[in-house]
Design a protein around this ligand. Structure first.
Ligand SMILES: [Zn+2]
Length: 406
């Protein structure tokens, strides 16, 4: 036989083997007769059920899949999905019952047991039975130590209960399992968890443990801003204002769009040091670097208003308002400055003209993942528990000229 004939023989043998395997999968002996296992999956009820599932019509999906499950009581995946549908509908007890019944089947493979346990873990979690949920996910890992989904759910359980050490250990396992290209994503989450551990150390009044946690967070991900914020606070409390300033100035370098997080802190220290010029220079530098930066204008405007320069403040504040007419904070400082100027009619007119077309809006941050809205920047979403998913939500500014368009 020449080489190509050998190849052909191997291929044919392989295909025959596959076909035999398929046939074996397809037919099953039940009560003394062979039944066609494809029947349930080929029934229109199964297909309809899946279609309803895709279009998010859960009641109709349940109806069709229940009929399909009746055709073949053995079809594991249909029962599994039905249980999940009941859970999604809030019928947790029923979901738990269905999944527990599946688990009692005698001839489940390890992979099938892991699937059912995973669903059961989700049922328990939904029902608020956190310990049992934890047990179920841990058991999945006994069957399948690298089960990504079980690890992810265990991590969420720990995070919900503020068990940061445990969550950290699980995230390390997830990182080890994942593709090297995904490494930075895991590092960033580990850095947030490290920051939480630092905050926890602060709660038990252990600032040196806290500092080392913040430093380790920064090493994992130099962009973990909350670690910088609190580390600077600790340095300031420790009587090292210059170190605190250096830490906070790093925030501005790393993430200029988030520079406003350190404005109040930097302003307070420089004011204490009697050096108001340093903060003003910072504000002007940021505005020059990013003409859209309404927060730097607001901070500098507030600073000037408090410094007895309401007129200079007002110029910046009205400019700031043109870039984001929906920020209530700007309006508040504008009124403060207008009051200091005895409500000069021309200035009030200028302000009125800018705000005339603005729709007032009070919750300017939104989670990119689940659209959860918040009135402030949050590092972790209270709804979907993802890290660092909040962005500023803007509505078209009242002044729609080229310069103000974001
Ligand atoms: Zn979210």
């Amino acid at each position: 036989m020449d080489d190509s004939l050998v190849m052909l023989t191997v291929l044919v043998a392989l295909l025959l083997g596959l076909a035999a395997g398929k046939a074996w999968e397809r037919y099953k002996l039940r009560e003394g007769r062979w039944i066609d296992r494809r029947k349930a999956r080929e029934s229109p009820h199964y297909i309809l059920g899946l279609n309803f599932l895709v279009s998010n019509q859960l009641d109709l999906a349940i109806e069709e899949l229940t009929t399909a499950a009746g055709i073949d009581a053995d079809a594991l995946e249909i029962h599994l999905v039905l249980g999940n549908l009941f859970r999604e509908k809030g019928q947790v007890t029923r979901a738990i019952q269905m999944h527990q019944q599946l688990l009692q089947r005698s001839k489940l493979t390890e992979a099938e047991q892991a699937h059912v346990l995973l669903c059961l873990g989700l049922d328990f979690r939904r029902g608020g039975f956190l310990d049992r949920s934890h047990e179920a996910f841990a058991e999945v890992l006994r069957f399948d130590a690298g089960n990504y989904y079980a690890l992810l759910n265990l991590e969420k359980l720990h995070i919900e209960q503020h068990q940061w050490t445990e969550a950290y250990a699980i995230r390390e396992r997830l990182a080890a399992l994942s593709d090297p290209a995904q490494r930075p994503k895991h590092q960033a989450i580990l850095a947030f968890l490290d920051t939480q551990l630092g905050l926890q150390a602060l709660d038990r009044r252990d600032p040196s443990a806290a500092v080392s946690r913040f430093e380790s967070a920064m090493q994992l991900d130099p962009k973990v801003l909350p670690a910088y914020l609190t580390l600077g606070d600790l340095q300031r409390e420790d009587g090292r204002p210059e170190d605190a300033l250096a830490t906070w100035e790093q925030v501005i370098t790393i993430a200029p769009e988030r520079a406003y997080l350190v404005f109040d802190r930097i302003e307070a220290i420089t004011r204490e040091q009697g050096d108001t010029e340093r903060f003003q220079a910072l504000g002007r530098r940021l505005i020059a670097a990013n003409p859209q930066d309404w927060r730097a204008r607001l901070a500098l405007g507030r600073h000037l208003a408090n410094d007895g320069k309401p007129s200079d403040a007002l110029d910046l504040l009205l400019d700031s308002l043109a870039h984001n007419p929906h920020a209530l904070a700007i309006h508040q400082v504008i009124w403060q400055a207008l009051a200091a100027l005895n409500f000069d009619a021309d200035l009030v007119q200028r302000y009125m003209a800018l705000t005339r077309e603005a729709v007032f809006y009070l919750d300017p941050h939104v989670c990119m993942r689940c659209r959860y809205r918040s009135t402030e920047l949050l590092w972790q979403c209270p709804q979907c528990h993802e890290w660092n998913t909040f962005i500023e939500e803007r509505i078209t500014p009242a002044d729609d000229s080229e310069e103000t368009r974001a």
